[in-house]
Design a protein around this ligand. Sequence first.
Ligand SMILES: NC(=O)c1ccc[n+]([C@@H]2O[C@H](COP(=O)([O-])OP(=O)(O)OC[C@H]3O[C@@H](n4cnc5c(N)ncnc54)[C@H](O)[C@@H]3O)[C@@H](O)[C@H]2O)c1
Length: 267
Amino acid sequence: MSFEIRKIGVIGAGQMGKGIAQVCALAGYDVAINDVSVTRISEAIADVAAQMHKSVERGHLEAQAVAAALPHITLAESLANFSDSDLVIEAATENEDVKRKILSDVALSVKPEAIIASNTSSISITRLASITGRPERFIGIHFMNPVPRMQLVELIRGIATDDGTFEAAKNFVAKLGKTVTVSEDFPAFIVNRMKLGANHPMGPLQLADFIGLDTCLSVMQVLHEGLADTKYRPCPLLVKYVEAGWLGKKTQRGFYDYRSGVPTPTR
Ligand SMILES: NC(=O)c1ccc[n+]([C@@H]2O[C@H](COP(=O)([O-])OP(=O)(O)OC[C@H]3O[C@@H](n4cnc5c(N)ncnc54)[C@H](O)[C@@H]3O)[C@@H](O)[C@H]2O)c1
């Protein structure tokens, strides 16, 4: 009998954490969300609700399903709230120091058999696993953006991830109604290498705006450092945009300016 996941914790209530919470709640899981402040978490929960109501208006979701899902989402003021979680998914800012701190803290709060996962786009799962003191119960669960709409979920096993953890993660993704692809633990895994044929409804720069230019820069840095290949050197313009706080759609400005409602190139 594989380990059954019922209660889920999500750390990081940004665009990915919100999407992950939404799909988990719709699949009937109890999901608690944590972020750096209660205000940030409350706003995120309100955003998830608004997003679900919008999906009802567009005919993508049933009103009944939304009414059933919303009570499953709760606020986790601190990591101590995850003491009864079966799976905790870290979806915080793509910065290794931030993730290391979160993962070492959360490992102390959850029960011994709980699975800890990271949604990182690029950081080594084996390296992150080593911080948790339970590398066999650690796995990469890499959702795509926007989570409710993207079908594929990449599972990345670290060197120590055990079969039980992998099977439980596979069952979890299946219960979300999504499709698993399995990747090697290699800088930026597979999906970030698929430029073509991924059915992208927009060009690569606008997609970068949707991902977040800070996240893109961090991924480029991981590739550059991890593979020591100059072809991954981040473009100076990308660095400049991030330094300017132009992080893409989430700050209304990136390669495109979204403030008027119609995306226009910023330069
Ligand atoms: N954006 C994408 O397209 C995409 C796709 C797949 C995976 N990812 C990965 O998902 C993760 C999150 O990306 P995002 O786009 O949601 O970023 P985001 O900037 O929208 O959100 C990150 C959230 O993490 C929170 N956070 C920072 N430090 C924290 C801490 N110590 N404790 C709790 N919360 C903290 C921030 O307050 C913020 O709400 C990253 O690892 C990223 O690489 C992103």
